[in-house]
Design a protein around this ligand. Structure first.
Ligand SMILES: NC(=O)C1=CN([C@@H]2O[C@H](COP(=O)(O)OP(=O)(O)OC[C@H]3O[C@@H](n4cnc5c(N)ncnc54)[C@H](O)[C@@H]3O)[C@@H](O)[C@H]2O)C=CC1
Ligand SMILES: O=C(CO)COP(=O)(O)O
Length: 821
């Protein structure tokens, strides 16, 4: 169910959530599963409705005032389910009417910033749908009147849900419908029969061999990773390998024609090559045949155990094989040994993956956005003054994927441009291991000179991307902006840019991460469920990432120095470097712009900026109206970056207070950790408000000492971001604090990952900075001592509350000395 949009059913206890869940899930009852757990863990099921698939999640009853430890844990689980959902269904009891708990649950749902639907349940009498009207007062739009018990109105609810699902590529179902048919092919003596025997021998769940259509064909079934596979024509392969072994060249031809029969019945071919002999002409012929037939391909390099290995042997080998035939660039390779059994099962895993990839359907809107991006990257060719126009494309078939491109004149589609388009589409969508058919057609109604012949205009791509159309593509071959760091914030920034029509590069540190993001079109660990825009090009090649003139850095503060040192050789004076890190460097106590200037001393000061503000990645990526502030840099550079980022979803202000904006962004995380600790202890809104206000007072105190403008801390990167972080379900700092306050060991919580909790190292840096500057930072100090496990959360609160009396505005020294930049 990975990768599907998620819909969470929420609401107070006993409003009929589970009945509704069961109603929805019953459509595919076989897939409902109960995840065991001490507490009431959410149930999940896959639902298919009106051609869309999604996961519905039944959460426990929301009752934040429940005393039992289980109730407290359920509230945590509900928050978790809400944070992961794309759409929330708030269930209310229409017979009981609106209650205080409903209003609270609605408030939680609204604050999560998700699309929310109100399901007014228990309208068992259709004549009483007026009962639902009362719930308009929740301010969440039209309630859907239904009776989960009787099934009435559930279809309307499903329609409404589907209308609110995010658009995206849903992976094809991977469960149980049909077994994956696998042909094992290869030259004589490469080890086909040993591989098949290994696969069948491994799997204890083999059913009896199935008779095929001819007497020669005997297929065998096996199961792997919960999925059925049929190995085709196993008897033939076994017999052939016995009879034909070692009898020369004619047999190679026989193997090709024999392979053809299995390939025609197969979803995926496992092509075995002999590691010692390498990729031969005969293997190439077999690949060509796979391509012609159109089934998927996995290359198994057998006898890998016999190859003498040194550093880089595998990479060199792989590169050599991939360059032997174009399709091989996209084919999974498994280095195995049928003799020892090493990695043999991975061949089946890869076959299952290729099967799914070959069955993927790309929605037409997404496909056309990708085609637009391709034309922006490389101008379509022209001949004798006439330029190719790709009017639109649509995927018409799967296994193998077939895409029809409607163009003004098919003769203008040069082979090399077609190859470029294929590469581009594969980089966006994957189709790993599968041949791909690009079919070019002239669009009726267009004459060959490229003008519409009749009144029927060609369909416009459904989502115009920043005004770049195929026909008007400026032929840019360079990206204008690179986002450095493919965590939550980097991915969200890249999506924001792409939504504005700017195609960004997204740099991920590790090639395997970049590969996975590019293949899945989703950054699963950081922003699950968000389908990446096709305009985003993911790379792990730092040199490529540093080509664009604008760099948006979204790295944890402690990693910026190492990155800048690595990048130094490629950074040019004209580069505009905007960082979004919210932290102080622990070793040096420097702000991130200072770190950058230390590593890049010759870089123009006017080209180093920061972007900061209340901007949770999870919300920015959904286009929730947000604001941010850009500080540092020359005014013209600021204006350029502001223009790059700003639109009606993200309003970007500018500021000339670099010190204040950076400090505000860094230190609010420390205070948010403190708010989390307070929540975890079970304290309430009073305590949180106290921490926010007094926390801000100490941030302002330190800021004033360092030359920041005191008003900056009342701005977006101060109060704004502090409120967002100290109250949001999305905040990692708040979440970590809550876990610690609830009694978990800080060292354990902070190790959990994968996402950075910036407040923790910064608390340490802030305390030392306070000591250095003679500024009292009681809250940051308390947080730091809890994180270092010197005191317990409760002791920390006692220490804060037991301090000497003082005036509210005391020690708010608003005009300190200017800090060196
Ligand atoms: N998540 C959010 O909503 C926002 C985060 N920020 C700030 O942006 C910065 C990055 O945060 P997120 O993207 O949220 O963090 P994250 O934890 O989601 O992702 C961090 C990324 O940095 C990469 N990384 C880790 N160590 C690295 C190294 N040594 N060199 C290069 N890359 C490395 C990780 O692989 C990951 O891709 C932080 O300073 C954060 O405070 C700013 C605004 C919003
Ligand atoms: O800075 C952020 C939002 O503005 C993100 O906060 P967290 O790192 O606590 O998730």
């Amino acid at each position: 169910m990975k990768g599907l949009p998620r819909v969470a059913i929420v609401g107070r206890p006993n409003v009929g959530k589970s009945t509704l869940f069961n109603r929805m899930a019953r459509r595919r009852a076989a897939l409902v599963h109960d995840e065991p757990g001490v507490t009431r863990d959410p149930l999940e099921a896959e639902v298919e409705w009106a051609g869309r698939r999604f996961v519905v999640v039944d959460t426990g009853g929301y009752d934040p005032r429940g005393e039992a430890p289980v109730a407290v844990q359920v509230v945590g689980k509900v928050h978790e389910a809400i944070a992961r959902a794309d759409v929330l269904v708030l269930v209310v009891d229409a017979q009981q009417g609106l209650t205080g708990l409903d209003a609270e649950a609605a408030e939680q749902a609204r604050r999560a910033g998700r699309r929310v639907l109100v399901a007014a349940n228990k309208v068992d009498d259709p004549a009483r749908s007026d009962l639902a009207a009362e719930f308009y007062r929740l301010g969440l739009g039209d309630p859907v009147a239904l009776s989960a018990e009787h099934g009435r109105g559930v279809g309307d609810l499903l329609d409404a849900i589907v209308a609110r699902l995010p658009e995206g590529v849903e992976p094809p179902p991977d469960q149980g419908l049909e077994p994956v048919r696998v042909a094992v092919i290869g030259r004589p003596n490469v080890g086909k029969s040993s591989l098949i025997n290994r696969l069948l021998g491994y799997e204890r769940l083999i059913t009896s061999p199935e008779a095929g259509t001819t007497r020669d064909v005997v297929d065998s079934r096996c199961r792997h990773e919960g999925r059925d596979f049929v190995l085709l024509d196993t008897a033939g392969i076994r017999r052939r390998s016995r009879v034909l072994a070692g009898t020369g060249g004619d047999l190679e031809r026989v193997s090709v024609s024999k392979a053809l029969a299995s390939l025609k019945r197969a979803h995926v071919a496992l092509l075995l090559i002999d590691a010692m002999e390498g990729f031969t002409d005969q293997d190439r012929r077999l690949v060509r045949q796979v391509e012609q037939v159109g089934c998927g391909l996995v290359l198994v390099v057998n006898k890998w155990d016999l190859v003498e290995k040194q550093t880089g042997t595998l990479e060199r080998y792989e590169k050599g094989v991939r360059s032997a035939y174009p399709l091989l660039e996209w084919v999974p390779m498994v280095f195995a040994s049928a003799a020892t059994g090493q990695r043999v099962r991975q061949a089946l895993t890869a076959a299952g993956y290729v099967y799914e990839q070959a069955g993927m359907r790309v929605p037409t809107a997404t496909l056309n956005a990708s085609l637009q991006a391709a034309a922006a990257l490389r101008q379509p060719p022209s001949h004798k003054g006439r330029r190719l126009k790709i009017l639109y494309g649509t995927q018409v078939a799967i296994r193998p994927p077939q895409i029809v491109l409607f163009v003004n004149d098919p003769d203008l589609v040069h082979f090399s441009y077609q190859r470029f388009l294929e590469r581009h589409l594969r980089a966006q969508f994957g189709f790993a291991g599968s041949p791909m058919r690009l079919i070019v057609r002239a669009r009726e109604g267009w004459d060959r000179r490229g003008a519409p012949a009749g009144p029927a205009a060609p369909p416009r791509p459904t989502r115009p991307q920043g005004g770049i159309t195929m026909a008007e593509s400026p032929g840019r071959s360079r990206w204008t902006v690179a986002v450095i760091g493919a965590g939550s914030w980097g991915t969200a920034l890249a999506m924001h840019l792409a939504d504005r029509g700017t195609a960004p590069l997204l740099w991920a540190r590790r090639p395997e991460r970049a590969g996975e993001i590019a293949r899945l079109r989703e950054n699963t660990p950081y922003l699950p469920g968000i389908t990446l825009s096709p305009l985003i090009h993911v790379t792990s090649d730092l040199e490529e990432a540093l080509e664009p003139p604008i760099l948006l850095l979204a790295l944890p503060a402690q990693t910026v120095r190492a990155w800048a040192e690595r990048a130094r050789g490629w950074i040019r004076p004209e580069h505009v470097v905007v960082h979004g890190s919210k932290g102080l460097e622990v070793g040096t106590l420097l702000r991130v712009s200072q770190v950058l200037r230390q590593v890049l001393p010759d870089h123009p000061e006017g080209r180093i900026l920061t972007l900061s503000g209340p901007n949770h990645a999870e919300e920015v990526v959904r286009g929730v109206p947000s604001t941010s502030v850009l500080a540092g840099g020359d005014p013209d550079v600021q204006a350029r970056v502001q223009q790059l980022l700003m639109d009606r979803r993200l309003r970007v202000y500018t500021s000339d207070d670099l010190v204040g904006v950076e400090l505000g962004g860094a230190l609010k995380n420390v205070i948010a950790l403190g708010c989390g600790i307070s929540d975890g202890l079970g304290y309430g809104d009073n305590t949180r408000a106290a921490l926010i206000t007094r926390g801000l007072a100490e941030i302002r105190r330190l800021g004033a000492q360092m030359g920041a403008h005191p008003f900056t801390f009342s701005g977006l990167s101060g109060l704004g971001d502090l409120v967002a972080t100290a109250t949001s379900l999305h905040s990692r700092n708040l979440r970590a604090g809550r876990a610690i306050g609830a009694g978990r060991r800080p060292s354990e919580v902070l190790r959990e990952g994968p996402m950075v909790v910036e407040g923790a190292p910064t608390a340490h840096a802030a305390v030392r900075l306070g000591e250095q500057r003679g500024v009292e930072l009681p809250i940051a100090t308390a947080v730091h001592r809890v994180l270092s496990e010197e005191i317990t959360p409760r002791e920390a609160v006692d220490s804060l509350m037991g301090r000497d009396p003082r005036g509210e505005l005391e020690a708010l020294d608003l005009a300190g000395p200017k800090d060196d930049l």
